[in-house]
Design a protein around this ligand. Structure first.
Ligand SMILES: NC(=O)c1ccc[n+]([C@@H]2O[C@H](COP(=O)([O-])OP(=O)(O)OC[C@H]3O[C@@H](n4cnc5c(N)ncnc54)[C@H](OP(=O)(O)O)[C@@H]3O)[C@@H](O)[C@H]2O)c1
Length: 311
């Protein structure tokens, strides 16, 4: 495990420790190297990245920052390991195309048995699973814009100290950031939506929510025609998916916290001239948005039960 001392990395260490078929072979840190922490009740001592015995692992998770991850993914591959990269470095739209994108509910057949997988970003997981059923069935109005407002808990920013994430800056406040359609996750979302056949624009505005974990996305979509049953596209598309829950009311973060789950809900908007839907999607950014999804991908790559260690 590379980048094990970060928020996503620590979550992943705990999931590995509890997994019935995986063992943590090593855990790296940069500034936190040498420290011992507890993951799922067991001690983990962080080693320097350069000292990681990459060849000892059948599969390496890289939870390094984007930009720093790519070279270590290549090093792990050269040492013979499969790799799940949690950073943005290998994701679609980020300059290294052809690597399977690990959003199993949309790309399962590409992930199964793969040597390298790009684990999706937290916001893209939330937005793409909400939009895919509409796009795949060509239900979105031509020339329209899909407008996604997403709010994330502060662990989404990682645990490297930054002034803007101090308690005094975040608590009892709520603000947008990355405004004007500039957030770096847009590349990955656009590339994936285009691949699904979307021609609509995507407008994405992230917000910082003063909770530790969770992302709630509220997405407005204009349809070609009204739907008789607003939730039917999700119920039909995700029937039998172990980690997708199509729910009867707008989801709450507490219903997905600490779980590898996505809760989805949709309803028609009233009072609009054209038919519009409001779609809600809730995930835990550190689980389905990062470490849990990484385990889901690893299970598929290693041909284990996809749900192993996650239910
Ligand atoms: N947080 C989330 O919700 C989330 C969700 C999806 C994906 N991700 C992705 O997962 C990755 C990790 O995110 P995070 O939030 O866990 O970040 P983080 O808390 O800042 O952790 C980053 C990790 O990388 C290590 N590191 C930093 N710079 C390094 C370098 N130059 N060389 C080697 N190791 C270095 C850090 O070690 P030290 O702390 O010891 O310095 C730490 O272990 C990122 O690529 C992020 O985009 C995060």
């Amino acid at each position: 495990m590379l980048g094990a001392s970060g928020y996503a990395g620590r979550e992943l260490c705990a999931l590995i420790q509890r997994h019935p078929a995986l063992q943590l072979s090593f855990a790296t840190a940069n500034e936190q190297r040498g420290q011992t922490v507890h993951a799922a009740g067991r001690p983990v001592t962080f080693v320097a990245t350069e000292d990681a015995p990459l060849g000892d692992a059948e599969l390496v998770f890289s939870s390094l920052p984007h930009g720093a991850s790519r070279e270590w993914v290549d090093a792990a591959r050269a040492a013979g390991a499969r790799v799940v990269d949690l950073s943005a470095d290998l994701r679609p739209g980020n300059g290294r195309e052809g690597v399977p994108y690990g959003l199993p509910e949309l790309t399962r057949s590409e992930v199964r048995g793969a040597a390298v997988v790009a684990n999706p970003g937290c916001y893209p997981t939330s937005v793409l699973l909400a939009l895919a059923p509409l796009i795949e069935r060509d239900l979105v109005a031509e020339g329209s814009a899909m407008i996604a407002n997403s709010a994330s808990g502060v662990t989404g920013a990682g645990n490297t100290p930054k002034r803007e994430y101090l308690f005094g800056e975040v608590a009892e406040d709520y603000r947008a950031y990355g405004v004007g359609n500039t957030h770096r996750h847009l590349k990955e979302m656009r590339a994936t939506l285009e691949r699904l056949g979307s021609t609509a624009d995507l407008v994405f505005t992230p917000h910082l929510l003063p909770v530790t974990r969770g992302i709630l996305s509220s997405i407005t979509v204009e349809l070609k025609a009204p739907l008789g049953d607003a939730m039917e596209p999700w119920r039909q598309r995700f029937a039998g998916e172990p980690f997708i829950e199509v729910v009867g009311a707008p989801p709450r973060l507490r219903d997905v916290a600490y779980r590898n789950a996505v809760q989805l809900h949709a309803l028609p908007l009233t009072g609009t001239a054209r038919p519009m839907l409001l779609v809600f999607s809730a995930i835990d950014n550190l689980v389905k948005g990062a470490a849990g999804q990484a385990i889901q991908n690893a299970n598929l790559m290693l041909e284990l039960d996809e749900t192993a260690g996650l239910l």
